[in-house]
Design a protein around this ligand. Structure first.
Ligand SMILES: CC(C)(COP(=O)(O)OP(=O)(O)OC[C@H]1O[C@@H](n2cnc3c(N)ncnc32)[C@H](O)[C@@H]1OP(=O)(O)O)[C@@H](O)C(=O)NCCC(=O)NCCS
Length: 192
């Protein structure tokens, strides 16, 4: 991957990978992001209800996301763009801080692009950046046990299943287990 700049005030530099550009999202991307953040098949497995309007998405991008990142001292995440297509088709973020050197990763992708290894490619770049530029010790990832697609992504990225928290509820209130995955920097280095 190629890092296209420097970190400034927790804003991560854009990144280029084989097929993708990972870029900072702005309000101008709201319509692109709404196209997938409004779909139940994307949002419910990811743990949030569908976004109802483009204006709500714009408000989220401008106010809610930056506030949450500032409160948890999280570096900004990325919109995912395919090279040659100037639109955001997914996102990959550090969405929780568990310790000074342990962050959790989250991701979503427009269903038109599922099954092409796009999120694994984007998340690999975020992992590399986390362990090198951000000097993290560990990355974590959570998903419902009903979310087989996300489990495959975690496995392909080398995460270890560390815990199964039984009989919780998903965002729609259905019983499911919460799976907790982890990847240590030493494991990531050994696999390279
Ligand atoms: C999870 C998600 C980000 C995976 O992204 P992706 O770029 O499609 O990932 P991959 O291409 O590696 O596919 C992962 C697995 O999904 C399955 N899959 C592929 N295409 C699929 C499709 N069209 N429909 C359903 N499942 C599919 C396959 O089992 C694949 O594993 P494989 O590579 O071993 O065959 C994407 O499915 C998504 O956005 N899901 C909804 C949001 C979500 O669940 N986010 C994660 C919350 S923890």
């Amino acid at each position: 991957m190629k890092i296209l700049g420097k970190i400034e005030n927790n804003i991560l530099p854009d990144i280029e990978t084989g097929r993708l550009y990972l870029c900072q999202r702005t309000v101008a991307d709201a319509a692109d992001i709404f196209a997938y953040a409004s779909l139940p098949e994307v949002t419910y497995p990811a743990g949030f209800p569908p976004v109802e309007t483009v204006e709500d998405e714009a408000y989220y991008l401008e106010h809610v996301l930056p506030k949450s990142q500032a409160e948890q001292q999280l570096p900004s995440g990325y919109g995912i763009k395919l090279k040659g297509e100037d639109k955001v088709i997914g996102s990959v973020d550090f969405n929780h801080r568990h310790a000074d050197d342990v962050l959790e990763i989250g991701y979503t992708l427009h269903p038109d692009y599922w099954g092409q290894g796009i999120v694994p490619e984007a998340t690999s770049a975020l992992i590399e950046l986390g362990f090198t530029l951000l000097k993290l010790h560990k990355l974590e990832l959570n998903c419902y046990d009903t979310n087989k697609q996300s489990q495959r992504v975690a496995e392909k990225l080398g995460f270890t299943l560390e815990a199964r928290i039984r009989d919780r509820k998903d965002v729609q209130g259905n019983r499911c287990d919460d799976l907790r995955y982890g990847l240590l920097k030493s494991e990531w280095e050994a696999s390279r």
